[in-house]
Design a protein around this ligand. Sequence first.
Ligand SMILES: Cc1cc2nc3c(=O)[nH]c(=O)nc-3n(C[C@H](O)[C@H](O)[C@H](O)COP(=O)(O)O)c2cc1C
Length: 201
Amino acid sequence: MFYEPKKGIPFEIDPFKSLVFPRPIGWISSISKNGVSNIAPYSYFNSVADDPPQIMFCSNGGTAHSKYKDSLSNILSTKEFVVNFATSATRIQMNNSSRNFKPDEDEFILSKLKKKKSKLVKVPSVKDSPVNLECKLVKTIKLKSNSKKTSTMIIGEVIGIFIKDKFIKNNRVDSVSMRYIARMGYSEYTTVASKFNLNRK
Ligand SMILES: Cc1cc2nc3c(=O)[nH]c(=O)nc-3n(C[C@H](O)[C@H](O)[C@H](O)COP(=O)(O)O)c2cc1C
């Protein structure tokens, strides 16, 4: 099968998100200019550079109250955010935090998530995340959009990195034991539960 998306999708459900997978989930915490905490998962997410370390995620569409989702509105106001990671143990809270809450509702409380004070930013981190990346906004990039919905890429510099000590073994990160989850298409997810090595020649 071959198709050109702009001419129509030959499936009941657009399979695009099922073709680029697994997508890591950046579980983004932020605070509003009034200090209300927010948390939401973003799987259009990845690390994109390492000197300095930078990450990006994309916010597509808005809310009932704004042309932007709350995470983007908050980050534009405060210029900072934290990337947390959902695991098998926190998958239900991650899913709950994707609901469309009002901007004045503390999504940590509504999603039953414990906060942890971050070191370099005012935004709280997720206590049960194996890793927290404290970020400062570098820039936003408006992506092409075929509708009235806005698509914005947010790029952040990682200025502080927290790793739970129990996931550091022999001076390396023991990634598999963190049990990160990642997004496939539809409502499907996977857990990172195995790995193999390939040495560069
Ligand atoms: C696993 C998962 C991944 C998601 N990835 C994205 C994404 O990359 N971009 C996006 O705009 N929305 C994404 N969403 C939807 C947002 O999480 C949802 O719209 C949320 O309410 C946004 O919250 P906010 O308004 O507090 O930022 C995702 C939802 C789930 C469950």
